[in-house]
Design a protein around this ligand. Structure first.
Ligand code: PEP
Ligand code: MG
Length: 573
């Protein structure tokens, strides 16, 4: 059995089709007529742009506008005068063939992006290599691998899939994807999810262990992949596949249903988003609002900060699309693991304990924070926007943020610009300090949202991304559970809404506990909403009190997890 990173849920069972791009051999050749060569390059560039446009259009109709944007990103790279100008200059000044000039210039950019370390820049590097190969293939008259017409029941196996290859896949014939490289947030993984094809990426050494036609079984939820498994394993996964599809179908009946427990306690099940386009999926899965809009994504993968106007448009778009439902927008949370090169942040010794989120924003109030708050207030005239402040550790930070909101409100009043005068300003409770003084925060903040991803990190003193210490990273640790229970109690006591937007909010083993503690709002990725709603409707809050008491009585994470696992299994049996 191989193990990789789960990239798109579902079970794939089928025959391996090894997809390998022919290795292009690019050699340096001197050209006599450089102007003619430049024209040759321009012709190939035009053709590549046209082919990419076609792919984008095709994706927009087949899958969705958002997915087509990935190809539009390629078009932007191809239309970038700096890139194409450098290639032309190289042909003219060095007197070399276009293929060679493209190779050098594109590799230089791709290497530069790749060296920046973060995942988004890695993706840019992949995109750059993708367009490089496509321009070269165009020049050399080589067809790229056509994976639009594979036989039914194919499992695509590749070193890495470029976004343009993934976009060409026909989901009717492809039942799974396995790659040696790539990550959960790479564009090809995003496309696989949009096409609803089960996928596992980053499977080390996989290409050496599989050949064309082998039987491959993969579980896109767990990251497990088998090559030529025995009959029993295949039968087991056939069953899992049936269950997965049946559950997906069954969950559709929860669209339009209220999120209410058996004993009549109503909660809200809302969504986490990163970009305005993510709202489509939220509406598809009947989210009751947005519980977390991570605005840092608007700031990432670009060369300069989005202007107040651009931000205003993005926030307004989400608020309007959600049509009066609550939209909680978190102010910029960068630093820690989220770097933004153009912000000029120095590398912290201890990034997670350093200059990030509200600490950074209060320091950069003129150029960063105020424009964002102004955009948020202006957009609040178009829907039910609430502002959320991340990573607070002391009440002064909240007060300063709130004072800035008040200052901007006055400014807007003077200019006669509309905004929601009663806009709520809440906090993320995600540090140990904020949890310990949750009663103090509850007196001033308009709402809480518990960020368990960070709360677990800061409570357990364990880097959330460090595999070596990940055994300590669990929301079921008694310390984290006590913290969650305490935060909810403080919020409820003060009469404010308490939500949760960390990953724990959609954990089937955690939901019964959160209901028992009195959580009002559960925020999660859109695709998890219906399952969570189903679970909520299965429980009675009153009956769950004894379960929560028992769960809180254990001394270790393992015992608590085991108890909750047994409990959930019993309920769902
Ligand atoms: C959290 O910390 O739980 C959270 C939701 O925020 P992020 O994952 O963006 O830090
Ligand atoms: Mg956080």
């Amino acid at each position: 059995m191989y193990k990789g990173t789960s990239a798109s849920a579902g079970i794939g069972i089928g025959k391996a089709v090894i997809v390998e791009e022919a290795q292009l051999v690019i050699t340096r050749q001197a050209v006599n007529n450089v102007e003619e060569e430049v024209q040759r390059f321009k012709g190939a560039l035009d053709e590549t742009i046209k082919a990419t446009e076609k792919l984008a259009e095709d994706l927009a109709t087949r899958v969705g506008e958002k997915e087509a944007e990935i190809m539009q990103g390629h078009m932007m790279l191809l239309a970038d005068p700096m890139l194409t100008g450098e290639i032309e200059n190289s042909v003219r000044n060095d007197g070399v063939n276009s293929e060679y000039a493209i190779e050098n210039v594109c590799n230089m950019y791709a290497d530069m992006f790749a060296s920046m370390g973060d995942e988004l820049m890695q993706q840019r590097a992949t995109d750059m290599r993708d367009i490089k190969t496509r321009m070269q293939q165009m020049l050399m008259g080589i067809q790229s691998v056509d994976i639009s017409s594979l036989p039914e029941g194919s499992i695509i196996v590749a070193k890495d899939l470029t976004p343009s290859m993934t976009a060409g896949i026909n989901p009717a014939n492809v039942t799974g994807i396995v790659t040696e490289l790539g990550g959960k947030t790479s564009h090809s993984a995003i496309l696989a999810r949009a096409l609803e094809i089960p996928a596992v990426v980053a499977v080390t050494g996989f290409m050496d262990g599989v050949k064309d036609g082998d039987q491959v079984v993969l579980d896109g939820s767990t990251g497990e992949v088998y090559v030529n498994p025995d009959q029993a394993v295949t039968a087991d996964y056939e069953e899992k596949r049936k269950q997965f599809l049946a559950e997906k179908k069954e969950l559709e009946q929860y669209i339009g249903k209220p999120s209410v427990t058996k004993d009549g306690v109503q909660v809200e099940i809302v969504a986490n988003i990163g970009k305005p386009e993510d709202v489509d999926k939220v509406l598809q899965y009947d989210g009751e609002g947005i519980g977390l809009f991570r605005t840092e994504f608007l700031f990432m993968d670009r060369n300069a900060m989005p202007t107040e106007e651009e931000q205003f448009e993005a926030y307004k778009k989400v608020a309007a699309a959600m049509n009066g439902k609550p939209v909680i927008i978190r102010t910029l949370d960068i630093g820690g693991d989220k770097e933004i090169p153009y912000m000029g942040l120095e590398k912290d010794e201890n990034p997670f304990l350093g200059y990030r989120a509200i600490r950074f924003c209060l320091d950069r109030r003129e150029d960063v924070y105020k424009p964002q708050l102004r955009a948020l207030l202006r957009a609040s005239a178009f829907g039910n926007i609430r502002i959320m402040v991340p990573l607070v550790t002391c009440i002064e930070e909240y007060r300063q943020a709130k004072a800035l909101v008040e200052e901007i409100k006055k400014e807007l009043d003077e200019k006669g610009i509309a905004y929601n005068k009663d806009i709520q300003v809440g906090i993320m409770v995600e540090t140990a300090a904020a949890s310990l003084i949750a009663d103090i925060f509850a007196k001033e903040a308009d709402f809480f949202s518990i960020g368990t991803n960070d709360l677990t990190q800061y409570t357990m003193s364990v880097d959330r991304g460090n595999k070596k210490v990940s055994y300590l990273y669990s929301t079921f640790n008694p310390a984290v559970l006590r913290s969650i229970k305490h935060i909810i109690a403080c919020g409820r006591e003060a009469g404010i809404m308490v939500g949760m937007c960390g990953e724990a909010a959609s954990d089937p083993m955690m939901i019964p506990l959160l209901l028992a503690f009195g959580l009002n709002e559960f925020s999660m990725s859109a695709s998890a909403i219906l399952k969570a709603r189903k679970m909520v409707t299965q429980y009675s809050v009153e009956e769950l009190q004894a379960v929560a008491d028992k769960a809180m009585s254990f001394a270790t994470t393992a015992e608590t997890e085991q108890y909750m696992r047994d409990f959930v299994e019993k309920v769902t049996d």
